[in-house]
Design a protein around this ligand. Structure first.
Ligand SMILES: C[S@@+](CC[C@H](N)C(=O)[O-])C[C@H]1O[C@@H](n2cnc3c(N)ncnc32)[C@H](O)[C@@H]1O
Length: 362
């Protein structure tokens, strides 16, 4: 189907869109800057607050066609790793009242069209009702100019509440799964009766990375206790082995498709890992040791799991410098990697590696 895109005065808009807003976890700003310096040395650090950092993107970069139509190339968030969401800034609005800020927002939207509005807080602790702002902003924009809303465009308007009287306005493209979630925050909550938060982390990873398990797949998790992630895997009809010297919740331990190997990862014989489709790791050890545990399995020609979902704990932000090396190691073992800090996780990153021939690049 041919969708006619709205006519946008791109040159004029780009003048104002030279700032990139990145939403990240509180405390991950320094790690994100490390990644920016490695991957995008031409970006210039600008406005810098907990949970929201901005970069000035040089105009030369913006002339690359991948930045057309207010898009951000997918490799930007992929390489920044610690960015949950990336937004093209249209500007900042301030004002004592919400009405003033809504009017100022409207003035920024000269020729932009968007399908939807996301309102989210830079700091989740900020005492601001984003649902109410969303309702008022949407209603006002609709009544001022209903043509601003165009269901066929890929753009989503963002109102990032920075403080009680300051909003950042920008747009992003809805083209990835995480980009469809307001602020890049995984919208699901942990349901009652789940064994640990690891259930939700894995649920987000499956959704964000669009991981497809097949019923009956055999999965082994290193660092499985008390069993939240295994619970999520069992719900996907998989055969699950949990490796952990610690106790597994009895609800999981007695499940007919679950087996507990009550040992440390390195004490498991290599031949035991034969036939697994996926290996997960969530051990509370340093990332180099997690990589060693994975290397032992992945270099063996007879053990070729189709995918790995690894949680790598970042005890220190400087470890962010190592991410490129870890991805290169996976590459040398024949896997393609994607890495991101999840919105439901802690000071850690989630690395998903899939066999190069199985991975369908998007
Ligand atoms: C964050 S918890 C894992 C949470 C778990 N994935 C869940 O879904 O509930 C970290 C676990 O790693 C385990 N662990 C630490 N070192 C390990 C090792 N060398 N081998 C296996 N498990 C290990 C710890 O016993 C601990 O239970």
């Amino acid at each position: 189907m041919n969708v006619e895109m709205p006519k946008v005065d791109t040159a004029a808009e780009l003048q104002r869109s030279e700032f990139l807003l990145i939403g990240c976890r509180h405390g991950s700003e320094a790690a994100l800057e490390i990644r920016q310096k490695i991957a995008f040395p031409l970006f210039r650090k600008s406005y810098w607050r907990k949970g929201l950092v901005t970069f000035r993107v040089p105009s030369l970069t913006l002339t690359n066609s991948q930045w057309n139509d207010f898009r951000i190339p997918t490799d930007v968030l992929d390489n920044l790793v610690f960015g949950r969401i990336g937004i093209r800034s249209l500007g900042q609005v301030t004002g004592q009242t919400e009405e003033e800020r809504i009017t100022a927002t409207h003035q920024l939207l000269t020729s932009i069209r968007f399908q939807n509005v996301h309102v989210w807080k830079r700091d989740p602790r900020l005492n601001v009702d984003t649902e109410s702002i969303h309702r008022k902003l949407t209603d006002s924009l609709m009544s001022l100019n209903e043509k601003l809303f165009l269901p066929t465009t890929h753009l989503i308007l963002n109102c990032v509440v920075d403080s009680e009287d300051r909003w950042w306005i920008g747009v992003h493209s809805d083209e990835s799964r995480g980009a469809q979630w307001s602020g890049g925050y995984y919208p699901n909550q942990i349901p009652a009766h789940k064994i640990s938060r690891a259930w939700l982390k894995l649920d987000e990873a499956i959704a964000r990375f669009e991981i497809h398990f097949h019923p009956g797949d055999r999965v082994c998790e290193l660092g499985a206790a008390p069993g939240g992630a295994c619970q999520r895997l069992l719900e996907a009809d998989l055969e699950v082995v949990g490796v952990d010297p610690a106790a597994i919740d009895s609800q999981i331990a007695r499940h007919p498709r679950f087996t507990h190997w009550k040992k440390r990862a390195r004490d498991i014989k290599m031949k035991s890992f034969y036939g697994f489709d996926w290996i997960l790791t969530d051990m509370n050890i340093d990332p180099a040791s997690t990589m060693t545990a994975l290397e032992r399995i992945l270099v063996s020609p007879s053990l070729r799991p189709q995918g790995i979902i690894a949680t790598l704990k970042l005890s220190d932000v400087s470890i962010a410098e190592k991410i490129g090396d870890w991805c290169a190691s996976f590459g040398s073992w024949g896997y393609q990697t994607r890495v991101q800090q999840l919105s439901t996780g802690g000071q850690e990153i989630c690395l998903v590696a899939q066999k190069a021939c199985d991975h369908k690049s998007k």
